[in-house]
Design a protein around this ligand. Structure first.
Ligand code: NDP
Length: 269
């Protein structure tokens, strides 16, 4: 039996991109899934698709910036499946490239609330279940931007550096029971990128990391736009990240994959 089969896995940000690809892959491997995001219509469609292929899956509409909602997500998972084996902290907030001089404090707040506090709220919601189980696995999505600071993306990068620090802190406190994994992707072709290529850029919700997701639609400088577009022209499929997440989960319980950095082969940055 695969180590993934029957594991109870919560995935935040499951309504698109990496989260959706991860849900599809783990669902096909027999995991019991609880999917979370804000867009209920997207979650419903995904749940139906996974159930159609024989998967075990439920969802709960959740804003990860709201601690009570994240706690309710963990409670609903326990109620549905009786345990929590894995939390994939994947949800992240938009990131228009904006120099600190522009003082976009609302955007700073949002990135910190979702990318950083959302991750902490997730950990707070699952640890009280994982400790008595004496097992559990928290997988946090960081980024290449958690290893290198990108010009104009100081706050976004700060949240992704912080996610790595929190993950390592959790590993140090694991007491041989809790596994902690950091996934740091390079350019990934997620929903926003596809929307952009079709000229249907959403104006308010972009996939972070620089991405040729909606991001490039918010950049006014022509050189920057074409640079980012070029960067994202080589992006990987989201399933590349889902495979890495599956790899970390499927290791035996005494093996903790601490960090995986995954870039497109042609990505230099
Ligand atoms: P997408 O924009 O495709 O998806 C982001 C997901 O997060 C959506 O499902 C969105 O759902 C959800 N989300 C956003 N805000 C909230 C919130 N407040 N509460 C709950 N869910 C929320 O992004 P990606 O798939 O590209 O990104 C996934 C992860 O990978 C992120 O952590 C990102 O930083 C990281 N990453 C991505 C890279 C890339 O090139 N794409 C590169 C490096 C890292 P909804 O709007 O329905 O709530």
């Amino acid at each position: 039996m695969s180590e993934i089969e029957s594991k109870v896995v919560i995935i935040t940000g499951a309504s698109s991109g990496v989260g959706e690809a991860t849900a599809r892959r783990l669902g096909a491997s027999g995991a019991k899934l609880m999917l979370a995001a804000r867009r209920e219509d997207r979650l419903k469609d995904l749940v139906a698709a996974i159930k159609k292929t024989g998967g075990t899956v439920a969802y709960r509409v959740t804003d990860v910036a709201d601690r009570a909602q994240v706690q309710a997500l963990a409670d609903a998972t326990l109620e549905t499946y009786g345990r929590i084996d894995v939390l994939v902290n994947n949800a992240a907030s938009l990131m228009p490239v904006s120099p600190l001089d522009q003082i976009k404090v609302d955007e700073w707040d949002q990135m910190i609330d979702v990318n950083l506090k959302g991750v902490l709220y997730g950990i707070a919601a699952v640890l009280p279940t994982m400790r008595p189980q004496k097992s559990g696995h928290v997988i946090n999505l960081s980024s290449i931007a958690g290893h290198k600071v990108v010009l104009g993306a100081a706050v976004y990068c700060a949240t992704k550096y912080a996610v790595r620090a929190i993950s390592e802190g959790l590993r140090l406190e694991s007491n041989g029971e809790i596994r902690s994994t950091i996934i740091s992707p390079g350019a990934v072709a997620t929903e926003g990128l596809l929307l952009q290529s079709k000229g249907e850029i959403r104006s308010t919700n972009i996939s972070p990391d620089s991405v040729a997701t909606e991001l490039t639609g918010t950049i006014t400088d022509g050189d920057t736009t074409s640079g980012v577009n070029q960067f994202y022209s080589l992006a990987m499929d989201a399933d590349a990240i889902a495979r890495a997440i599956a790899y970390a989960i499927e290791q035996p319980g005494d093996v903790d994959v601490n960090e995986i950095i995954i870039r497109p082969t042609r990505q230099e940055f």
